[in-house]
Write a protein that binds this ligand. Sequence first.
Ligand SMILES: Nc1ncnc2c1ncn2[C@@H]1O[C@H](COP(=O)(O)OP(=O)(O)OP(=O)(O)O)[C@@H](O)[C@H]1O
Ligand SMILES: [Mg+2]
Length: 267
Amino acid sequence: MSATVIYIGNEKGGVGKTTTVLNVGEALARAGAKVLLVDMDNAGHLSHTLTKSRPELRTNAAVTTDHIIEMRPEVPRKPAAEAIIEAVRPGVDLIAAPTNDAYLTSAEKYITDDPIDGPFVLREALQPIRDRYDYILLDCSPTRNALEMAALVASDQLIVVNEPIEFSVLAMQKMTAFAQKIKKRQNAGLWVRGTILNRLSAGTQLAKKWTAKFDEAGIPVLGMVRTAEVIKKAVEDGVSLADVKDGWRNTIDYDDIASAITQRKKS
Ligand SMILES: Nc1ncnc2c1ncn2[C@@H]1O[C@H](COP(=O)(O)OP(=O)(O)OP(=O)(O)O)[C@@H](O)[C@H]1O
Ligand SMILES: [Mg+2]
C-alpha cells in the first residue's frame, strides 16, 4: 500500500476546507481506509478540533511537528513517523500544526530560501510513512504561500472545495492555474481531481446549475455537502459528526464523497 496524497484546498478563506478534510477523512476511514490528516495551516483549526478532548496531545505536537516541517538547516529533520498522533478518530491519525506560529513561518522561509530543494521537503518527509496509509489528506491556509507550494508538490491529487459563490470559483481558478504550473515544473503526477461543493443540497435546481458550470469548466463535481448546523457543532465540540444527535444524516454526504474518491485512485 502506498497512500494517495490529496490536497483539499482553495485559495478562498472560509469555504469549508478544514471541515471537509476532517469529515472526508472520517468517511474514508468508515469505508475501511487508513487515513492520515496533516495540518499545514498556522491557524491549526484542524489540530484544535481533533485534540479538543485531549489538548496535551497538541502540546506534544508543538514539539513533534518539527519532525516534518522544521526546516532550519542546522537542525537535522526527524522522521515524520515520530510526529504522528495516532487514532484521533477511528482509523484517522494526525500530524498536528504546531501551537507556536514560528515553526510554520520558519518552514515557509526555508522553502523560499532554497528554491531547488525547499518545495520538495514535505514530499520527502511523507515518503517513509506513505506505506502505512491509504490516504493522506493535507489541510493548508487559503493564502498562497510556500507551504501551499510544498503541499502541491507532495500531492497526487488536488480537490478544490467550493461554495456556490462566484468568489470561491475565482479563487479556485487561480489555484488550479498555480497547480498546473507545479505539475509542469515540479510534480508531473499531480491530478486536479475535481471539486466538492460545500453548502449545497444535491438534487436542487441550484445544485444542477452549479454542476453544469463546473462540468463546462472541466472540473468534475465529486459531491456536495448540505449546510447544517450540526456540522458546525461537531467541529466546535471536537467530536465526530457521526456522534452528534442526527449527525448521521449529514455523514451521508461525506460518505458519498469518500466513495467518489475511492472509485478511481489514479488518473
Ligand atoms: N456544510 C456546512 N454546514 C454548516 N457549517 C459549515 C459547513 N461547512 C463548514 N461549516 C462551518 O463554516 C466555518 C468555516 O469552515 P472551515 O473552517 O472548514 O473553512 P476553511 O475553508 O477551512 O477556513 P480557512 O480558510 O479559515 O482555513 C466553520 O465554522 C465550519 O464549521
Ligand atoms: Mg481551514
